[in-house]
Structures are given as C-alpha cells and as structure tokens.
Ligand binder design. Structure first.
Ligand code: ZN
Length: 207
C-alpha cells in the first residue's frame, strides 16, 4: 500500500482479501497516507511538466540549461551550454532527450565507477544504465552495477554518492554498520547526499 507519483493510493492485496479488511488497513494508516498524498500533490504542483518549448530549462549535472529550438534540420540534439533541438524532431523531443541523457549517464557514471574502483580496489563486472523510476542504483550478485539514467540530472557529488553506495555493496551486501562505515570513509557527507536525493529526486525526471 503506497501513494504513487500521481498521488493516487495504490493497494496490493491477495485477490480474495475482503473489501472490509482492506478498508481496515487503510483506516489504520489514514493519517500517514494523507500526509504523503499532500506532499506528493505539492511536489507535482512545483514540478513543471516538460513541454519542449523555446527557453524551457532542463537539468544536466545539477544545473539548468535552456532549450533552443533550431530551424536547422541537421541538428537532432546538441549541447553547448544550452540544448539545441531541431524543430523538425519536436514530436520526438522526449525520446531524443532520454537517449542523450542515457548516453551521458553511461559515460559519466562509468568514469566515476572506474575512478573509485581503482582508488579502493573494488572489483565490478559491468555497468548498466536503467529506466528505474524509484531505485537510483543497484548491485547484483554477479557484480553488475545498475544506475538510473535520471541520475545524470543530479550534481556530480550526488552521482558519486550513489556510485560509492553501489561499489561498497560489492563487498557488503546489507546496510549494516560495517556498510555505512565503509560508505562514510569514501563519502563523508553521505547522509546529506541521501537526504538531497530524497528531497529533490522528483526533479530528476522528464514527464
Ligand atoms: Zn544499498
């Protein structure tokens, strides 16, 4: 049972659960659910839906850059301190942006993973960039590291904190004290970085 990103209440229960029982559980958590629902509604009000219009701002590595629509049909999407997008491809703008973000995410995150892995001798297998909406990163038992492409919108310190978190999982699978001590030795402000993602993560999206 949770409030989704559209502020709707989602309840998952076995199909034979009675409505009465479901209602009982909802009533029990009513206050907390309503609080979360209000927060999500407020966030959605603050977050401007992307329209891909001239002058609109898009996040990249923690900074906002303006979008400039170009008549030149040669340009699909270019980045030179602003985003340049050909008007011809406007109807595909969202997908074009996602492809661009994914490529940049792969380049930047791979580079940060390599850097920390060399520094501390972490052994990983490969890096995947995912469409995950809720999870920023994960680490498989095979040593594969996955990261959401949306991270590329965040400041580098935040990207690094997720990279460090997943690299430490290569050695410690749980979230024990040992784990957080190791994380802390590479990312002294990991608590602040976690809070930043909790509070600002909703901005890192194209909707
Ligand atoms: Zn973790």
């Amino acid at each position: 049972m949770y409030i989704n990103s559209d502020a709707a209440l989602i309840v998952r229960a076995p199909f034979n659960t009675s409505e009465e029982n479901i209602n009982k559980v909802i009533l029990k958590y009513k206050d907390r659910l309503q609080k979360t629902q209000k927060e999500v509604q407020l966030r959605n009000l603050k977050f401007n839906k992307k329209e891909f219009v001239d002058g609109e701002r898009f996040l990249y590595l923690g900074n906002y850059y303006h979008l400039k629509l170009m008549d030149n049909p040669e340009i699909l999407l270019d980045f030179k301190d602003e985003f340049l997008l050909s008007k011809k491809y406007l109807s595909y703008a969202k997908n074009i942006f996602i492809i661009w973000y994914k490529r940049r995410a792969y380049e930047k995150i791979s580079q940060r993973v390599r850097w920390y892995a060399q520094k501390r001798g972490f052994k990983y297998n490969k890096i995947n960039i995912t469409n995950a909406q809720k999870r920023w990163g994960s680490c498989s038992h095979q040593g594969n590291l996955s990261f959401a492409w949306r991270l590329i919108m965040a400041p580098l310190t935040i990207i690094d904190s997720v990279v460090i978190h997943e690299l430490v999982h290569l050695e410690v699978k749980n979230h024990s004290k040992v784990f957080w001590n190791k994380v802390g030795s590479l990312d002294k402000e990991y608590k602040e970085h976690k809070d930043w993602l909790k509070n600002n993560g909703y901005l890192l999206r194209l909707k």
